[in-house]
Ligand binder design. Structure first.
Ligand SMILES: NC(=O)c1ccc[n+]([C@@H]2O[C@H](COP(=O)([O-])OP(=O)(O)OC[C@H]3O[C@@H](n4cnc5c(N)ncnc54)[C@H](OP(=O)(O)O)[C@@H]3O)[C@@H](O)[C@H]2O)c1
Length: 246
């Protein structure tokens, strides 16, 4: 039998498998539709293999609901699961955002996932020029105190804004960032900042959506992106120096 993947303690009361199952690829409009039964069966196999931490987001259309369905169909496996979702207010509501806007996203996630308490809520803010991210984190900490959220995290913040949030005393336990052979940005201070504050770094894009694999070695670039991942990571390749450099 294969060894179970290691666990990592992100915070007191939050131990997760070191490998996380990402679920963006199941979202509507990411790429070709994946049938519900196939998606649920994939989740079952991951949990049985010991990959018991699932990542999702309020804007991964249909994914929180799918995980909720998985939990109802497999209550025994659901008991081993930790789920981290993302709280990502739409760009058009950032200006003038209210506590109720944030609470609606939290309550919707609890309802879709079928849980009373979110294991880990990871907050993202699209536009630093629009104020509101510090207030939003304080509101999330209030919802944590009310028992709707067990732990708080962030995703795709820069050092200055994460420090601003930390200065309020809001307890952040994890930061999800892109980190790969193409994208070393977390090495420019973020890894050190997180280490100093006991914040676990969670890395996505490790395979650049599949571009960092034999399949693309010495191959021509795709004429057209097959899915949202190829769109996203093609932009990273272009920023990194273009297809030839890649
Ligand atoms: N916080 C954020 O902003 C953010 C952003 C993006 C993703 N995420 C999270 O991270 C999760 C993972 O997504 P990612 O973007 O980080 O993807 P990734 O791990 O960089 O790439 C995954 C893709 O790599 C390909 N792949 C996997 N194993 C392979 C292998 N052994 N050989 C060749 N290709 C292989 C598959 O694509 P093919 O099937 O096409 O080959 C797969 O879909 C998401 O589901 C989401 O939960 C978070």
């Amino acid at each position: 039998m294969a060894p179970k993947p290691e666990q990592r303690v992100l915070a007191e009361g939050l131990s997760v498998s070191r490998l996380t199952r990402g679920n963006w690829q199941l979202a509507a409009k990411h790429g070709p539709t994946i049938a519900e039964d196939v998606a649920i069966d994939g989740m079952r196999r991951f949990v049985e293999a010991g990959i018991t931490n699932f990542d999702c987001a309020d804007h991964y259309t249909g994914v929180e609901e799918l995980i909720g369905t998985f939990r109802r169909r497999h209550p025994d496996l659901a008991a081993r699961l930790t789920v981290q979702t993302k709280i990502v207010p739409d760009r058009d509501v950032l200006s003038g955002i209210t506590r109720a806007d944030i609470e609606n996203i939290v309550d919707r996630a609890r309802h879709r996932l079928g849980v009373d308490v979110l294991d880990l809520a990871q907050f993202h803010w699209w536009d630093y020029a629009t104020p509101g991210y510090v207030d939003s984190m304080i509101w999330l900490a209030e919802m944590q105190a009310e028992g709707k959220i067990a732990h708080l995290g962030v995703t795709n913040f820069d050092c200055a804004r994460l420090e601003e949030i930390l200065a309020t005393g809001v307890p952040i336990v994890s930061h999800q960032v892109q980190y790969s052979a193409l994208d070393h940005r977390p090495e420019n201070g973020m890894a050190a900042l997180c280490r100093d504050h006991g914040i676990g770094l969670q890395c996505y894009g490790a395979l650049a959506g599949g571009f960092l694999s034999d399949r693309w070695l010495r191959a021509a670039p795709p004429a057209q992106a097959a899915d949202r991942s190829q769109q996203k990571y093609r932009l990273i390749i272009d920023e990194f120096g273009g297809w030839d450099a890649y």
